[in-house]
Design a protein around this ligand. Structure first.
Ligand code: B1M
Length: 235
């Protein structure tokens, strides 16, 4: 049931109650309400980043837990994801509009067999907001698809996302192929996704595992700074 039918007027709620209501609305997959909530928080001078992390990602965590525990099922989670995307669409241009100079280029995609894209999209948005040029190659990417994107786009960074324990090993397939082709050293490879950890990142030969989008941005900046320094030394 929508908030209106429930007699709830979002703009009349204080920040804390509004965020709690947005958690409920995200849970119920109410896209319009989420969009309205995002607009209200922005009008109250919340930064786009705070709205994203506190209201949207916070709400999605609850959805994730109940999905895990068998309380929510795929169709419901799809509605939640759709509502989340509605909110993210409003925040995207705001996160990007920093006027930051281009600091590097990244190709990012979710690996083969995996259709989860919310986290990947978030990373892409945050990277763009930090001044990176981002080429998002979507979901379900085979090795060939990554290779083609790398060839066409010539990025500094390759980002891979996986949300399933069954698809995360595919990241190693991509990295091993880069090694076989003698291309590995040309790119910084960053990986992320809920089931990964630092140990896994090291084991598959990635340059770094990124716990979340903010860490991805910071890590990418560190690697770009190293690259620029090396170029300075070699020049
Ligand atoms: Co999926 N799903 N799902 N799902 N789903 C999980 C991942 C799961 C953990 C749920 C659970 O059981 N608790 C579970 C995986 C279990 C496992 O592998 N051990 C699971 C499952 C089982 C499945 C299906 C198999 C269910 C089924 O069909 N029976 C199926 C698989 C489909 C497939 O891919 N082949 C499936 C389907 C779906 C939906 C389609 C319904 C939907 C996806 C919609 C979409 O993405 N467009 C969905 C969703 C939404 C989820 C949960 C609930 C939420 C994922 C999400 O968007 N989180 C998820 C539960 C969970 O993760 N707690 C779950 C919010 C997002 C902001 O976080 O993606 O972690 P996250 O991204 C973070 C970081 O991880 C990091 O930064 C992001 C932002 O901070 N990061 C990166 C991510 N990628 C990065 C890349 C980088 C750097 C950082 O590169 C540099």
């Amino acid at each position: 049931m929508s908030d209106q039918e429930d007699g709830i007027i979002l703009s009349e709620l204080n920040d804390e109650d509004l965020v709690a209501q947005m958690f409920d609305d995200l849970y119920d997959g109410l896209k319009e309400e989420i969009e309205e909530g995002v607009e209200i928080l922005l009008a109250r001078d919340w930064t786009p980043y705070s709205v994203l992390t506190q209201a949207l990602v916070g709400g999605m965590t609850i959805v994730g837990n109940d999905f895990r525990d068998g309380i929510l099922f795929v169709p419901e989670v799809l509605l939640s994801a759709n509502a989340m995307k509605g909110g993210m669409a409003i925040l995207k241009p705001l996160l990007i509009a920093t006027g930051a100079p281009r600091v590097g280029k990244m190709v990012i995609g979710t690996v083969k067999g995996d259709i989860h894209d919310i986290g990947k999209n978030l990373v892409g948005m945050m990277m763009e907001g930090a001044g990176f040029e981002v080429v998002d190659i979507g979901i379900n990417n085979s090795v060939d698809s990554y290779l083609e994107a790398i060839k066409n786009e010539e990025p500094d960074i390759l980002g891979m996302s996986a949300l399933l324990t069954t698809t995360m090993p595919y990241m190693k397939v991509v990295i091993d192929t880069l090694i076989e082709k003698g291309m590995r050293e040309n790119y910084t490879v960053l990986v992320g996704g809920a089931p990964l950890n630092e140990e896994f990142g090291k084991a598959i030969g990635a340059d770094a595992y990124c716990r979340d989008a903010a860490v991805a941005v910071e890590t990418a900046k560190v690697f770009m700074a190293r690259k620029h320094n090396q170029m300075g030394i070699n020049a």
